[in-house]
Design a protein around this ligand. Structure first.
Ligand SMILES: Cc1cc2nc3c(=O)[nH]c(=O)nc-3n(C[C@H](O)[C@H](O)[C@H](O)COP(=O)(O)O)c2cc1C
Length: 192
């Protein structure tokens, strides 16, 4: 397959079928912090298209601030049950507010409440505040529809390189590197 986005869709679908994972679409997103250190964390991959890979988060979280400062970003996946690793590098762009609204509406009310109750990445004084803050948000919004907070949205990673690794017990892993330097995708095999 010569188009890496089509190949990714195919692999993702394969990984989802009878997935043993509780979190089917967790992917590691790496950003660069203000000191130049890489910072990785898992998020839920929402969608993929020719535009790129979309995940949602608080836009003013640590990752959000890092992306605002440096939009160069990496996404790494390991699907053990099918033996696939995928590595993506690219540039993160904000999705539109209409797209963010769509993803917000697809979330459960409890997920919306938690998002509304907290300021992601800000210090938490005590563990009990997890419950009290959620209760306050819940009481304040009883029976009301929960609007998407302005500081919650999503990013689309516009890829410049995507590497697919097919794991083999022999260690003769197949590594297929796709790059787009502005003239369409090129493919190169890499030694394992
Ligand atoms: C399986 C899994 C899925 C997660 N999904 C998301 C997500 O979709 N969006 C998000 O903001 N955080 C998600 N988190 C929490 C992040 O890993 C992270 O703790 C949070 O985004 C704060 O990161 P930051 O302080 O670097 O911004 C997820 C964590 C796990 C373990």
């Amino acid at each position: 397959m010569d188009n890496p986005i089509s190949k990714f869709k195919h692999w993702w679908q394969e990984a989802l079928v009878e997935s043993p994972l509780q979190q089917h679409s967790a992917v590691c997103i790496s950003t660069i912090d203000e000191h130049g250190f890489p910072a990785g964390r898992f998020v839920d991959l929402k969608s993929v298209s020719d535009d790129g890979f979309v995940f949602c988060s608080y836009l003013d979280s640590a990752k959000g601030q890092q992306i605002a400062h440096n939009p160069k970003i990496a996404m790494t996946i390991w699907w053990d049950h099918v033996g696939y690793q995928v590595r993506v590098i690219g540039t993160a762009q904000l999705i539109t507010t209409a797209q963010a609204d769509g993803f917000w509406q697809s979330r459960s009310r409890s997920a919306q409440l938690v998002t509304t109750a907290f300021a992601q990445s800000a210090p938490l004084a005590a563990e009990r505040d997890l419950v009290t803050k959620l209760q306050q948000a819940s009481t304040g919004l009883a029976d009301q529809a929960i609007a998407r907070p302005d500081n919650w949205g999503g990013y689309c990673i516009k890829p410049v390189a995507i590497e697919f690794l097919t794991f083999r017990d022999s260690r003769l892993h197949l590594r297929e590197l796709f790059k787009d330097q502005g003239e369409g995708w090129t493919k190169q095999l890499l030694q394992p």
